[in-house]
Ligand binder design. Structure first.
Ligand SMILES: Cc1cc2nc3c(=O)[nH]c(=O)nc-3n(C[C@H](O)[C@H](O)[C@H](O)COP(=O)(O)OP(=O)(O)OC[C@H]3O[C@@H](n4cnc5c(N)ncnc54)[C@H](O)[C@@H]3O)c2cc1C
Ligand SMILES: NC(=O)c1ccc[n+]([C@@H]2O[C@H](COP(=O)([O-])OP(=O)(O)OC[C@H]3O[C@@H](n4cnc5c(N)ncnc54)[C@H](OP(=O)(O)O)[C@@H]3O)[C@@H](O)[C@H]2O)c1
Length: 247
């Protein structure tokens, strides 16, 4: 039977028309950076729940989720309409394997996301583990428009704090900018643009790749990395790629 605790919205961040974060006061169990919870609202007498990654690090409170509204989506639009003081339901038990504990050792960690798939990576990057474990960490955030590049200040402050150990690569696919790569992640791996921008090679010998967000991006990236001899990591069959599909 699903367990729920009461959560109270402390703060809502509206990044743009369709991107939001909620900071929520809720008494949840300990979790590992990269895991997700479930959030629910009672809508027309039915409890409607969906999974959302923790954006906050395990030591940080309140808890935080980052999401986009989906046209006709039952929960995301109601969450976007929430205001400070409103209550919702939170599953206290964490879930998910997109955590560093699950990753085999390697020199370099590549975190590739589309859209709100950034969330679990921020949680991980706010802990000490990636900096103790990897020589270099590359965070790649792919969005449609420049105004979808949420959490820019948080990312910049991690880059500055980690002084050379962390590289940030933004992709903006649907408008030109003077700072981001254009196009899509898999194509930029295939033609070498991503490695050139990061100043780092991506190979089965030295890299572990985490993928989060759009399942088509994940599918296409798996295919491109497969050509480099990189395969999905599983507990029983160690590999080089870990993933979480949002939609
Ligand atoms: C393990 C896991 C973790 C997740 N974590 C997050 C998170 O941290 N942030 C987040 O924004 N979403 C996350 N999602 C998706 C989220 O759970 C909801 O599906 C989403 O918020 C839409 O909810 P909804 O009730 O409005 O629509 P739904 O009924 O859930 O979906 C309606 C339609 O929209 C599609 N869809 C779902 N999510 C998206 C999306 N983000 N973009 C485009 N289409 C989508 C679905 O495939 C479906 O076709 C996660 C999903 C999974 C499986
Ligand atoms: N961001 C917006 O402008 C916007 C506006 C209104 C509503 N929304 C809502 O938000 C939802 C999610 O938006 P989102 O911007 O996060 O969606 P998204 O479609 O996942 O796009 C995010 C990034 O992923 C890229 N991508 C898509 N398919 C890919 C693939 N197969 N391989 C590699 N990269 C791929 C996109 O590139 P491409 O641009 O090349 O597809 C884009 O750069 C939408 O479905 C919609 O419901 C978004």
């Amino acid at each position: 039977m699903q367990q729920w605790v009461n959560g109270t919205v402390i703060e809502k961040i509206r990044w743009n028309e369709w991107l939001f974060s909620l900071r929520i006061d809720a008494d949840v169990e300990e979790f590992s950076a990269g895991q997700f919870t479930k959030v629910a609202l009672d809508l027309d007498g039915e409890r409607v729940s969906r999974p959302y990654s923790y954006v906050n690090a395990p030591h940080e409170r309140p808890i935080e989720i980052y999401f986009n509204t989906v046209p006709e989506g039952p929960l995301s639009n109601q969450l976007a309409a929430a205001a400070p003081g409103d209550t919702l339901w939170v599953n206290p038990q964490p879930n998910g394997l997109l955590t560093l504990d699950e990753m085999p050792p390697s020199d370099h960690l590549w975190m590739l996301c589309t859209g709100t798939g950034l969330g679990p990576f921020l949680s991980i990057l706010k802990t000490d583990a990636p900096w103790d474990r990897f020589k270099r960490v590359v965070l790649v955030q792919a969005v449609r428009y420049a105004k979808d590049l949420a959490y820019a200040e948080s990312i910049q402050s991690i880059v500055e704090r980690r002084n050379g150990q962390m590289t940030f690569v933004p992709f903006v696919s649907r408008e030109p900018t003077d700072f981001a790569l254009t196009g899509r992640i898999p194509a930029a791996i295939a033609d070498g643009r991503l490695e050139e921008r990061a100043g780092l090679g991506l190979s089965a010998e030295n890299s572990h790749v985490m993928l989060c967000g759009n399942s088509l991006m994940i599918q296409d990236t798996l295919q491109v990395l497969g050509k480099r001899g990189m395969r999905r990591h599983r507990r029983r069959e160690p590999g080089h790629i870990s993933m979480e599909k949002y939609h």
